[in-house]
Write a protein that binds this ligand. Structure first.
Ligand SMILES: Nc1ncnc2c1ncn2[C@@H]1O[C@H](COP(=O)(O)OP(=O)(O)O)[C@@H](O)[C@H]1O
Ligand code: SF4
Ligand SMILES: [Mg+2]
Length: 329
């Protein structure tokens, strides 16, 4: 299969501070890629760079982002804006920030059909109601007249999904789409996204919750302190992680594995990106760390077919993960 999206060696900085450091990943048509990692690891900046929506203080300092064969980093604002409407869409964790509070939800969705598809007023309204119905908003014709604050968190996220999917994009980036929602609503939203995947939509799902990822993605990239530290298929990476950080995330996730084991949070916190540790950025928190980890920064390398890891001792983690990891308990 040909790559739909290919991000290579992407770095994003705020002044001299590098928040994303040489990240690469790719996505095939119709597939879902997950980007996971604790807060501050550079997940959102990586995806905002794809859409050309980085905060004004941030800039891409190196790398390449190829979409369907085109280099996105060399496109002008107008071309990017057009692409964002037609081919690329994003939903955020906080839908309120993306909706206009003073316009009804129906109006905001209808506007997209009017501006982008040249639909007349009545047709745009009909299509907005259709789009709302499709994402499971009951009584959509009436709800279209409501303002964003009149919706519950889950219904608001449905509105965002309806807006993102209205123009039938080829790629949906979902940045922590269920983080603010309770478990039942989260499951409903994930079902909704899965239905779209089955219909062929390509997706990047960003989450700190490995359980969410397990239920939606085929491949996963694990990020830590601005770098990709492991990648592989969800099945392989979950059953046999090759990086201690991934191992830690799995042990800390209540829903990733139904092993009945106790949840074991990772000690400590991710580093401040303005004061990165020497050597391996994970070494202050790593139960596998040795002397070499304090001085040598590990390269991301292939450790098995289709799998990469940025750990000096990846092979050991892969084969003896349980035994060594247990010494922490
Ligand atoms: N507007 C900003 N100004 C300065 N630093 C920022 C800004 N946005 C993000 N950062 C920094 O960049 C890093 C990565 O951010 P982000 O991509 O949002 O992380 P994630 O989505 O993984 O939680 C964080 O450490 C954060 O402090
Ligand atoms: S390189 Fe060392 S500190 Fe980094 S993850 Fe591997 S064992 Fe841990
Ligand atoms: Mg984020």
């Amino acid at each position: 299969m040909s790559k739909l999206l290919e991000v290579s060696d992407l770095s994003v900085a705020f002044g001299q501070t590098h928040a994303v450091r040489g990240v690469s990943f790719s996505l095939e048509q119709g597939q879902t890629l997950a980007i996971v990692g604790e807060s501050g690891s550079g997940k959102s900046l990586s995806s905002l760079a794809i859409l050309g929506l980085l905060p004004p203080q941030a800039r891409v300092v190196s790398g390449s982002i190829r979409w369907d064969g085109r280099e996105l980093l060399s496109l002008g604002d107008d071309e990017l804006r057009k692409l964002r409407g037609e081919e690329l869409a994003i939903i955020f964790q906080d839908p309120l920030s993306a909706l206009n509070p003073s316009l009804t939800v129906g109006y905001q969705i209808a506007e997209m059909f009017r501006r982008r598809r040249g639909a007349r007023r009545e047709e745009a309204r009909r299509r907005a109601i259709e789009a709302m119905t499709e994402v499971g908003i009951p009584d959509a014709a009436r709800r279209a007249e409501n303002y964003p604050h009149e919706f519950s968190g889950g219904m608001r996220q449905r509105v965002m999904i309806a807006m993102a999917l209205a123009l039938e994009p080829r790629l949906l980036i979902a940045d922590e789409p269920t983080t603010a929602l309770d478990v039942t609503v989260q499951a409903q939203i994930l079902r909704l996204l899965r239905k779209r995947q089955e219909a062929g939509l390509s997706m990047i799902i960003i989450s700190h919750d490995l359980g969410v990822v397990a239920r939606t993605a085929q491949r996963v990239v694990v990020m830590y302190a601005g770098k990709a530290v492991e990648s592989g298929t969800v099945a392989e990476l979950y059953s046999n992680p090759s990086h201690p950080y991934t191992k830690g995330l799995l042990a800390a996730s209540p829903s990733a594995r139904d092993t009945g084991r106790q949840i074991q949070p990772i000690d400590g916190y991710p580093p401040d990106i303005t004061a990165m540790p020497s050597g391996c950025a994970f070494h202050p928190r790593c139960p596998f760390a040795r002397e070499r980890c304090r001085t040598d920064e590990p390269e991301l390398r292939i450790v098995a077919p289709g799998r990469t890891s940025a750990c000096h001792f990846a092979e050991e983690v892969l084969t003896h993960g349980e035994a060594v990891g247990n010494t922490r308990a």
